[in-house]
Design a protein around this ligand. Structure first.
Ligand code: FMN
Length: 212
């Protein structure tokens, strides 16, 4: 399986990138192909008004690495790790721009919009957040946004990792050991249980079957 991490902190030796790398290290240990992309290097401009800036062919006119990223790295991936610092109780601007610009490729004006839509469906998703503050509500906004993002794309959100730290790399000293948690989640990324029941979901009532 292919696992892609989108690291969205402009600080490339920072805490959220370490969380993302640890997920990838775990996935690589489990035999999966892994890659990390720094969004700060790849995505340089925000969404504009497509009616004004889309080319006549339907292609996006923003010339940066976004098109290559979405078509050649995001669509083929089986799992995406979205790593972000907590900025003002939300995701980083780089990650928000990445999400916003999916619109340019999912609108019917874009020639291959159906293959983009189909390619985004069915992935496993991990969210990794680093923050200075520790209280649970600080990441409630990110959790809610990414859960809705996953639901909309028919992705399975298998985990929201949280590491506490402020100075570069400080997350390594977080006593809750988020880097170890990230590694373990990466190692079992495709086996991790991910459920979201409806009233008519058929289920046994037992979550973890007793071994025979
Ligand atoms: C613009 C900005 C906004 C921030 N907002 C918050 C915040 O609302 N809550 C918080 O706990 N930390 C906040 N922080 C601290 C970062 O989340 C923290 O330093 C994090 O570990 C940075 O991750 P990084 O090393 O991957 O960049 C903010 C930092 C910056 C630069």
């Amino acid at each position: 399986m292919k696992v892609l991490a989108l690291s969205s902190s402009p600080r490339k030796d920072g805490n959220s990138r370490l969380l993302a790398q640890s997920v990838l290290d775990g996935a690589a240990a489990g035999g999966h192909d892994v890659e990390l992309v720094d969004l700060a290097d790849t995505v340089t401009a925000p969404l504009r008004d497509c009616r004004v800036c889309r080319q006549e062919s339907g292609a996006c006119s923003i010339e940066d690495g976004y098109e290559h990223l979405i078509l050649n790295k995001v669509l083929p991936a089986d799992a995406i790790v979205y790593a972000t610092p907590l900025y003002w109780y939300g995701v980083s601007g780089q990650l928000k721009i990445f999400i916003d610009r999916i619109f340019c490729y999912m609108k019917s004006d874009y020639r291959d919009w159906e293959s983009v839509r189909d390619g985004l469906i069915g992935k496993r998703m991990v969210v990794a957040v680093s923050s200075e503050e520790t209280y649970p509500g600080a990441v409630a906004g990110i959790t809610a946004q990414m859960q809705e993002f996953a639901r909309y794309l028919h992705n399975d959100l298998v985990g929201v990792l949280r590491g506490i730290g402020n100075t570069r790399g400080e997350v390594e000293r977080d006593p809750s050991r988020p880097l170890d948690q990230a590694f373990e989640l990466g190692a079992r990324l495709f086996e991790e249980r991910s459920t979201d029941y409806r009233v008519d979901t058929s289920r046994s009532g037992v979550v973890w079957p007793t071994p025979l």
